[in-house]
Structures are given as structure tokens and as C-alpha cells.
Ligand binder design. Structure first.
Ligand code: ATP
Ligand code: MG
Length: 575
């Protein structure tokens, strides 16, 4: 239950509408009970009075009508106000969760699958809507209405009124606690099974091509079926308990009605003529109480799920970012632009050193190429430069100041990072290019750059720059995706470029052309390029070879090629 507290506090955000909703809920419930109670009395009393009597029909019938209309109106506005407020609270919660998620990227988020994050943000937050709508508001309005009804009825017959009140309040304590306990076992499995099923289903859709090729569709289907069976079995158990709670509520209600008939028939109402009408009044009051007791069991069975959802959302909200941007240093360019001293780094949840006491210096406007076997730590070095992770040991300086001293925006403005995998947004070609720059890029500039990277053929479609890419759009080949990445670089104004294998997967001719473009673009900029290729390396100021996280060779092309037994020399000879 404690897991719900932060979320209950969140409702303070829409305090007034929620209080108004509660008042409307109380009015609706009270009118409903009043309507049935008064009708019971009225029908019996008119039957006793008979036709032509002096019985006052006017006030009771007007009250019945008033209560019927009041109930409808209160219900209508209650649903409107409470749902509106709840959705506002949930929207606010989503924004809060999202704000917490963004700084976790990418180090902490790597631990969660994308579909899992989506589940928590959408489905778990949705589950929390029951907290007010089905739990808090109905419970508090029930308590208040029972107390008000008991006080009202006690003016007619105190012991009977207290009897009804006691039974209802007792039910209000016992049914929720019993079904809350019984339902606890289902909360986690149900929420977990739902999330797992969605994740597996998404995976199934996304990996269709591979599954078909490897004829492995049935394996995934079997996994999904297993999850589904488990999910259904838990749902069935919960539904059975839900049925039991309804039966129990009906039973308690039936008992209460019988008790009212029995004790009512023995009670002294001080008015023998309309005695039967008073018995009817109490019996109908007991009948109306059903409306309060009925939903309690199912609601409290459901709390287990609300708590499980709350815990899953809290789990994300409480994650601490690995990297925090708190500095406020100004960037003042220096000749020695980047300086790494004895950098060591191990990825979280990994034991091996990805970088091992690596030392490297880079001057302004220098172009350096980083070579090394796969898994040697090349991409990791770039990840540390953009502070996706912080080193465990050593010092990383940008323009003479520790890189952690800069605000996030200052740092982002200095670097343009082309990662190993270029992400194509499900959006237009124009938008896929525009986000590379803060300033508006003109269509002419985009077309020029697309032609430079030989993606001009994308523009031959009638949509032009409005061509839809990514999901549901024009698929791009691996090489086209790389070149889209290069186009973004050419449109970005940052002074330091970090390129992770920009020409991977391109043919020799295109590679030469792209490297020429990159070197032209970076004439007055600083460039760090990770590569497995030899093309154009003579034009770089420095070539650094990394092996097992250590810098093992550095120098220009001419000096390294001369180095006997050197890694670079062997590499050139092998290619
Ligand atoms: P490649 O040429 O294949 O791209 P690389 O030199 O860029 O290789 P890195 O990606 O820097 O290699 O990886 C260095 C080491 O760190 C490897 O052993 C890799 O398995 C490991 N590694 C990389 N990313 C992570 C991660 N997110 N979590 C844990 N270990 C990682
Ligand atoms: Mg890499």
C-alpha cells in the first residue's frame, strides 16, 4: 500500500476538481439511496392510505422526482469531473515520468527494453487511474453516505438505523481488507504477464522477417502462448474471486434485508396506521445499501494490480542517472582541445575494462583516425567524450577544463556525433535532416547535401523532401542510412566531429567521395573518426591504434608505416 502514497500525493495537482467530484459522487449515492428508501415508504404508505384519503401525496412524489433527477444529474457531472481530473493527473504523471526517463539515457535505459518502457509509461500509468476513480473516491463517499443515512434514519427508529449503519460500516471494513489480501497474489503476476505478452508480441511483429527465414515462428508463438496461458489462468482465478465477492455482497445484503423485515416487524414506530410503510422504508434502505457494498470486493481485488503498476512506475522514477550535468563552465577554445589522461572505464554490469589507462591528446582542427580490432574500445572512447558515460578513473578535459564541468547544452553544442548505427526517424526526409540543426535549413541546402552524399535519387519521388522514411515509409538500405547520417553531419555546425565508422558498408568509390566531403567539411573543424578502412588515412594528422582499451600506437601515416612489427604496418600489409 505504501507504494501508492507518492501517487496519492500527486492528486493534489487537481485538488479542487477531485473534491468537487467527491461531492458529486456523494450526492449521487445519497440521492440513489434516498430515492429507493423514500419510494419504498411512499408506495407502502399510499397503499395503506387508499384512494380519496387526505394523505399528502405532493411532497413525497415531488421528492421522488427530485431525487431521481438529482441522481442522474449528479452521476453525469460526477463522471465528467472525476474522469477529467483523473486524466489530467495521469497526463501530469506521464510528463513527470518522461522527465525522469530522459536524463537516464542511454546508460540506465539500456537495462530496460523499449517495449518495457512503453508499457510502464502507457499501460501502468493507465492502471493507476483506478486509484481515485474506483478506490479512494467511492470508499470515502460510501463512508460519508452511510453515516448520513444512519443519522437520517435514526430520527425514525434509532436501533434499526444503528443496525443498518453498523452492518454497512462493518462490511466496509471487512470486505475491502479480505479481498485486498486475497487479491494481492494476483497483482504482480497479472501486470507482469500483461507487460511480458506485449513485449513478446512486439518482438514477434518486429522480427517477422528473421523468424520466417529461420522458420522459427513457432518457437516465439509457443513462448507467447505460454505467457497467455499463465495470464489467463491468473485472470480466471481473479475472476472467480470477483464472482465470490459479488455473491458475498449479495448474501450480506440479503441478510440485511431479512433482518430489517424481521426487526422492523417487531419495532415500535409510534404510529400503528403507517407501521408497514416504515418497515418498507427500512427494508428498501437495506436494499439500496447494496449499491455501496456491491463494487467493494472487485475494487479491492484490483488494488494488487494498481500497487504492482505503481511499483513499476516508481522503479523507473527512482533510477538515478549515471551522468549528471551540473557544471556551468563556458567553452573557450584552446589549442589543446581534448586531453584524455589515464582513462579507465568499465560498463555498468560488465566486468571487463572497455578502456584501460588510455591517454590521448588532440589539438584544435586536427584530424585523427582511430583504428583497432573489434571490441577494442573505440566507440567507448567516443561515448565518454559526449558523456553518455563518465570514466571510472582518469581525466577527460575539453579545452583545458574537465568535461564534467560543462552544462549539457554547452557540451552538445561542441560535438556532432555520428554513431555506429544511424537512426532513421519515422518521419519525412525533411524532418530527418532538419533535426541536425537548430536553425531552419532551407530546401535548397537539403537538396544540395543530399546530392553530395549521393542520395539524390530519394528526391526523384513525387513527394520530394516530404518522402516518408522509417516505419511505414520508404525503407533505406544500410548504405543509404549511413549516407543519411553523413548528410546530417554536413548540416550540423558543431566544431568537433566524432564519427564512428562513417563509411562502413559503402563501396570504395562512394567511400572515397564521402571521405573527401567529410575532410572538406572539417577543414576548419576538429575530427575524430573511428574506422576499419585505410582510405584517405594519409590525410589525417594522427592515427591512433587502440587495443584492449589501451592506446598502443600513434603517429602520422608515414611514421607508423615505417614502424617494424607495428600493428598499423601489419594492418596495411594485410589489407
Ligand atoms: P567495433 O569495432 O566492433 O565497433 P569497438 O572498438 O567500438 O568495436 P566498443 O563498442 O568500444 O568496441 O566496446 C568495447 C568493449 O565494451 C567490448 O568488449 C564490448 O563488448 C563492451 N561494451 C560495449 N558496449 C557495452 C555496453 N553498453 N555494456 C557493456 N559492455 C559493452
Ligand atoms: Mg564500435
Amino acid at each position: 500500500m505504501r507504494a501508492l502514497l507518492p501517487f496519492i500525493r500527486l492528486f493534489a495537482f487537481a485538488k479542487l476538481p477531485l473534491i468537487l467530484g467527491l461531492i458529486l459522487m456523494i450526492l449521487g449515492l445519497a440521492s440513489s439511496m434516498g430515492l429507493l428508501t423514500l419510494s419504498g415508504w411512499f408506495l407502502a404508505a399510499t397503499a395503506i392510505a387508499g384512494l380519496g384519503s387526505l394523505f399528502n401525496f405532493f411532497y413525497p412524489s415531488a421528492s421522488v422526482r427530485g431525487l431521481a433527477i438529482g441522481r442522474t444529474v449528479a452521476r453525469y457531472f460526477e463522471k465528467w469531473v472525476t474522469h477529467d481530473a483523473t486524466f489530467r493527473v495521469l497526463a501530469n504523471l506521464r510528463v513527470q515520468v518522461f522527465e525522469k526517463i530522459i536524463p537516464l539515457s542511454p546508460a540506465v535505459l539500456n537495462r530496460y527494453r523499449n517495449s518495457e518502457l512503453l508499457n510502464r509509461l502507457v499501460s501502468d500509468v493507465d492502471t493507476l487511474d483506478s486509484l481515485y476513480l474506483r478506490l479512494l473516491a467511492p470508499f470515502f463517499s460510501a463512508v460519508l453516505v452511510i453515516i448520513a443515512m444512519t443519522i437520517g434514519l435514526s430520527f425514525i427508529h434509532t436501533p434499526l438505523a444503528l443496525g443498518i449503519g453498523m452492518v454497512l460500516l462493518l462490511s466496509l471494513v471487512l470486505i475491502p481488507t479480505t479481498f485486498y489480501r486475497l487479491g494481492q497474489q494476483f497483482g504482480k503476476p497479472l501486470v507482469q504477464a500483461r507487460a511480458t505478452y506485449r513485449t513478446q508480441f512486439l518482438e514477434f511483429i518486429q522480427t517477422q522477417a528473421e523468424l520466417l527465414l529461420f522458420n522459427a515462428e513457432n518457437q516465439i508463438k509457443a513462448k507467447m502462448e505460454n505467457t497467455e496461458k499463465h495470464w489467463q489462468a491468473t485472470q480466471e482465478k481473479e475472476a472467480k474471486l470477483g464472482g465470490f465477492s459479488t455473491a458475498l455482497s449479495l448474501f450480506i445484503n440479503g441478510l440485511l434485508i431479512c433482518a430489517m423485515l424481521w426487526f422492523g416487524s417487531q419495532a415500535d414506530f409510534g404510529d400503528d396506521e403507517y407501521r408497514a410503510a416504515f418497515i418498507a422504508l427500512f427494508t428498501f434502505a437495506a436494499l439500496a445499501a447494496f449499491e455501496i457494498i456491491m463494487p467493494l470486493g472487485a475494487t479491492f481485488l484490483h488494488i494488487g494490480q494498481v500497487i504492482a503498476a505503481a511499483e513499476r512506475v516508481t522503479d523507473i522514477v527512482e533510477q538515478q542517472p549515471l551522468v549528471e550535468f551540473q557544471g556551468e563552465e563556458k567553452f573557450e577554445p584552446q589549442v589543446r582541445l581534448i586531453s584524455a589522461k589515464n582513462l579507465s572505464f568499465t560498463y555498468p554490469e560488465s566486468k571487463n575494462l572497455a578502456l584501460d589507462t588510455l591517454t590521448l591528446d588532440l589539438e584544435q582542427r586536427q584530424k585523427i583516425a582511430i583504428l583497432g580490432k573489434t571490441g577494442s574500445g573505440k566507440s567507448t572512447l567516443l561515448q565518454l567524450l559526449v558523456r553518455n558515460y563518465d570514466p571510472n578513473q582518469g581525466e577527460l578535459l575539453l579545452a583545458g577544463k574537465p568535461i564534467s564541468g560543462y552544462a549539457e547544452q554547452t557540451l552538445r553544442e561542441q560535438f556532432c556525433f555520428l554513431t555506429q548505427r544511424v537512426y532513421v526517424f519515422s518521419d519525412t526526409l525533411r524532418q530527418n535532416l532538419q533535426f541536425a540543426s537548430h536553425d531552419k535549413i532551407s530546401d535548397e541546402k537539403m537538396i544540395e547535401v543530399l546530392n553530395q552524399v549521393e542520395l539524390g535519387k530519394l528526391l526523384t519521388q513525387p513527394e520530394g523532401l516530404d518522402l516518408w522514411l522509417g516505419d511505414g515509409g520508404r525503407p533505406l538500405s544500410g548504405g543509404e542510412q549511413r549516407r543519411l547520417g553523413i548528410a546530417r553531419i554536413l548540416l550540423n555546425a558543431a566544431p568537433i566531429l566524432l564519427l564512428d565508422e562513417p563509411t562502413e558498408g559503402l563501396d570504395r568509390e562512394t567511400e572515397r567521395q564521402i571521405l573527401r566531403l567529410i575532410l572538406q567539411h572539417t577543414e576548419n573543424k576538429t575530427l575524430i573518426m573511428v574506422t576499419h578502412r585505410l582510405t584517405a588515412l594519409e590525410q589525417f594528422d594522427k592515427i591512433c591504434v587502440i587495443d584492449e582499451g589501451k592506446l598502443i600506437e600513434q603517429g602520422d601515416y608515414k611514421s607508423l608505416i615505417k614502424k617494424e612489427e607495428g600493428f598499423f604496418k601489419r594492418f596495411v600489409e594485410r589489407v
